[in-house]
Design a protein around this ligand. Sequence first.
Ligand code: DHB
Ligand code: FE
Length: 248
Amino acid sequence: MSISRVGEITKDIIDAIDKICKKHQVTHGEYRKAIDFIGEAIDKGERSLLFDAFLEANVVASDPSKSSGTSPQVLGPFYLPDMPWVENNSLAKNNEPGERITLNGRVLNRNKETLGNAELDFWQADAKGRYSNFDPGVADGNLRGKTKADADGAFLLHTVRPAQYTIPDQGPTGLLLSEIGRHSWRPAHFHVIVRHPGYKMLTTQIYFEGDEYLSSDAVRAASSDLAFPIVSKEEGASLNFDLVLESR
Ligand code: DHB
Ligand code: FE
């Protein structure tokens, strides 16, 4: 009988864990504790965070089906689907605290042809590093929304600058991070998913050039090719970048 893909991968996971147990002479008590630890993280709402923080960047990097335009990035635990379309090209409400910044650029394919009407699904932390629907004190849906590129593939989005931010570090995931000698800071970032018919969906993040945590991201995702300088002009600060999709 042939085994499934899940079966093949499971066999390798078991082999890898077997090697680790032998190497570290793992005791039965430690084994039970590890299971309880994963259960506790899930009970405390860290199901996605625990796995995303330690494993998602590796999976994104090794996925052979990943988009080969703009580098893909982790989705992370704070994405919510089906957010509304933004109004007036504005992700931030008028009274949203923080430094104003405009994101603009074009959605292109790898031949540098513009992809009109591409859909961009943005979410970000606020100026205090809080994500709506996950952190208390923030209105549901805040700084989340979709916008469309125009017929020439150009997008424009007014928002506020997100803060550098620590992933939730008071629970099991934070404990494990510090056990392996990693801090819990992520560089400031915008998340975006880009969709256009006939092209691979792109999940990525946009960073700020010079951010001190680009090279020591807690979730080891950030990449300097996705870090852009703030351009300051009379009409305000902007971050200018193109997003490149690969055809399916
Ligand atoms: C993770 C990713 C994020 O973008 C974030 O804001 C928090 C956590 C993660 O991969 O765990
Ligand atoms: Fe994030």
